[in-house]
Design a binder for this molecule. Structure first.
Ligand SMILES: [Zn+2]
Length: 322
């Protein structure tokens, strides 16, 4: 999809990033942004494009959501230990990307809002802290309908957080959540009551913004040089955002969720993916593209700010923060 990009320029960009002190992610604990820590990072400025990541906070989920029980035990234990994540729960950052270009201020996802976990839902306040008023947001791209990406569009009292924004949602994703039986079709790893509350909550949040939603499909441009790419698997209509210029950037939502497992073991089934086989195919395709084209990656749940590059390593890949 991006073979027309000039490899030499991309390569030079990558080497500059590496020279600037990029670090291989091989261990240590996850460090999501927390109160008192920096919650915003400028990722790049190039021409009239500025890319920021603002933290929505962090949340905790069962390890079994990301790691299937059938994965080989020694590898599973070793990789979780390397990530500082032994045990039954994982702590994940929730990173939201902001693209400023011309008169547009585009959010990629909207964070969890007030109904998820108290450690998350900090996006709007963290935006204000860096001088971005929620009313200044012109566009919101929703990668998918899960609570940690969508539910931040509404305040606790149901008012829209971004009163002047229009929203972009994959038509496939919209139809998934419009299905009356969606709760029964969510991955089995969700307890039944949780699946029901996710389905109800997402239907409600979509209903509150529906008059301002534009349906999109792969290739659609949101702003000049910023386009939608389809990355199905985590959900059937999961989309990512590809940004042209400065070597290229892919904001991959939940296509690559774990900083070690998603890269070292991309063929492991992810229980929280709606279609695990599609999730694997998407990861392999995306990793090959990111490593080949030396495009920057931003992942929603990679350690804050979730930005870096993908390198090939030992027949697989690794994530190099930058
Ligand atoms: Zn997510």
């Amino acid at each position: 999809m991006s073979k027309s990009r000039t490899p030499r320029i991309a390569r030079r960009h990558f080497l500059l990033a590496a020279a600037a002190g990029a670090l291989a992610v091989t261990g240590g604990t996850i460090t999501p942004a927390r109160p008192g820590q920096a919650n915003t990072r400028t990722i790049l400025k190039s021409g009239d494009l500025e890319v920021l990541v603002v933290s929505d906070g962090y949340f905790v989920l069962p390890t079994g959501f990301l790691v299937a029980p059938e994965t080989p035990t020694p590898e599973r234990e070793a990789v979780l230990k390397a990530a500082g994540q032994g045990g039954e729960q994982l702590q994940l950052a929730n990173n939201v990307t902001i693209l400023r270009k011309g008169s547009d201020v585009v959010l990629v996802d909207a964070g969890t809002g007030p109904h998820h976990q108290p450690s998350a839902g900090k996006l709007a306040e963290n935006l204000r802290a860096v001088g971005i008023q929620p009313a200044a947001i012109t566009k919101v791209v929703l990668t998918h309908g899960h609570p940690d990406h969508l539910w931040g569009v509404l305040h606790a009292d149901d008012r829209p957080v971004y009163p002047n924004a229009i929203y972009f949602v994959s038509s496939v994703e919209w139809n998934v959540w419009a299905d009356p039986d969606v709760a029964q079709k969510l991955p089995a790893v969700f307890p039944k009551e949780r699946a029901a509350s996710i389905a109800t909550g997402t239907k409600h949040h979509f209903s509150r913004i529906k008059d301002k939603v534009t349906m999109v499909r792969g290739g659609d441009e949101i702003v000049g040089g910023i386009r939608i790419v389809t990355t199905p698997g985590h959900t059937p209509g999961h989309i990512s955002v590809e940004v042209a210029g400065d070597g290229g950037l892919v904001i991959a939502g939940d296509a690559l969720t774990h900083r070690l497992i998603s890269f070292r073991y991309p063929s492991w089934r992810v229980p929280v993916d709606c279609d695990a086989d599609d999730g694997i195919a998407t990861r392999l395709r995306l990793l090959d593209q990111l490593a080949t084209d030396k495009q920057r990656l931003i992942g929603a749940h990679l350690p804050f700010p979730g930005s870096g590059f993908v390198e090939r390593k030992d027949g697989s890949y690794r994530f190099v923060t930058s």
